[in-house]
Write a protein that binds this ligand. Structure first.
Ligand SMILES: C[S@@+](CC[C@H](N)C(=O)[O-])C[C@H]1O[C@@H](n2cnc3c(N)ncnc32)[C@H](O)[C@@H]1O
Length: 278
């Protein structure tokens, strides 16, 4: 039994989700192995945001979740977070794609999970102290999702957004970013790097101002093949051999990468948060 009460049945189907996400995240094992982890310092910052709220029971609503995660995928953020929280908390990981969510269920059957999309959260009003979206808010930065997130947060509750983003201050990564921007435009997909996701906060008045910190992030190191295996987990590349070939050519031919037995991709970690207006 979930401490916060019985879970509702799964509600969303892949038809509700961008087709590039459905196809692009169909290789859940590869995604889980090849995407970078979240650093302890990033996870701790979010943990402190949660714990600074205090852990007293809400007497009016004892079933309230400490955290509802949206777009939890295979649980890369979920499990890092749960592993660094010393006290038991009520955490619910939600994700629309059953194959991605299946990885969490297999690794940690004790974690509460629910298959649903951010725009269709089958949870009561004011039932979460915090909503977290890791590496995914750009997929649903629209009015219906933000309205749902706002609805399930308690007044004063926090929405936290986190992304590991390739460090574009490295010249070859910046050059590749321009190519990827073109690919995203062609595939009609959002990406976090260009910050278009932020616009929804200009038009939605339910939250206080967005706070932001940028931290040193993880890094990935490996041979050309290993680096390409990481890129193959990016949905717009995974759906198209043609798109993947553009990246492969780039990595194999960029002058800065010639003769390197091991390539390093450094990341920065961007964390944004805001409170639901009281
Ligand atoms: C890049 S993955 C991030 C997964 C995980 N949070 C992580 O940190 O690795 C993006 C996730 O967003 C999910 N997603 C896409 N559209 C969504 C939507 N409308 N609502 C909720 N999640 C969505 C995808 O299914 C996918 O699992």
């Amino acid at each position: 039994m979930n401490e916060a009460g019985p879970l509702p049945p799964p509600c969303s189907t892949p038809q509700d989700i961008h087709p590039v996400a459905v196809k692009g995240f169909s290789q859940e094992g590869q995604y889980d192995r090849k995407r970078p982890a979240y650093t302890d310092s990033a996870v701790d910052l979010i943990k402190d945001l949660l714990l600074s709220e205090g852990k007293e029971e809400n007497k009016d609503n004892p079933g309230i979740y400490d955290v509802v995660e949206v777009g939890s995928g295979t649980g890369k953020f979920t499990l890092s977070f749960l592993d660094r929280i010393e006290k038991p908390i009520k955490y619910l990981a939600t994700e629309p794609l059953g194959n991605m969510l299946g990885v969490i269920k297999e690794k940690r059957p004790e974690v509460f999970t629910l298959q649903c999309a951010a725009h269709d959260l089958p949870l009561p009003d004011a039932s979460a102290k915090m909503v977290i979206a890791a590496q995914c808010f750009h997929w649903f930065s629209d009015l219906s999702s933000l309205t749902q997130i706002h609805r399930v947060l308690e007044p004063g509750g926090k929405l936290v957004l986190i992304w590991n983003k390739r460090d574009v201050s490295v010249p070859w990564i910046g050059d590749l970013g321009d190519l990827l921007e073109d690919i995203h435009t062609k595939c009609n997909t959002a990406r976090h790097q260009n910050q278009a996701w932020k616009r929804i906060f200009d038009t939605y008045a339910g939250f206080e101002e967005l706070n932001h910190v940028s931290l040193p992030g993880p890094s990935i190191k490996g041979s050309v093949e290993e680096i390409l295996a990481y890129f193959s987990t990016i949905s717009v590349l995974s759906i198209s051999e043609e798109n993947m070939a553009v990246v492969s050519e780039f990595i194999k031919n960029h002058p800065d990468l010639q003769g390197q037995a091991e390539i390093t991709i450094p990341f920065r970690t961007d964390i944004y948060w805001c409170s639901k207006k009281i």
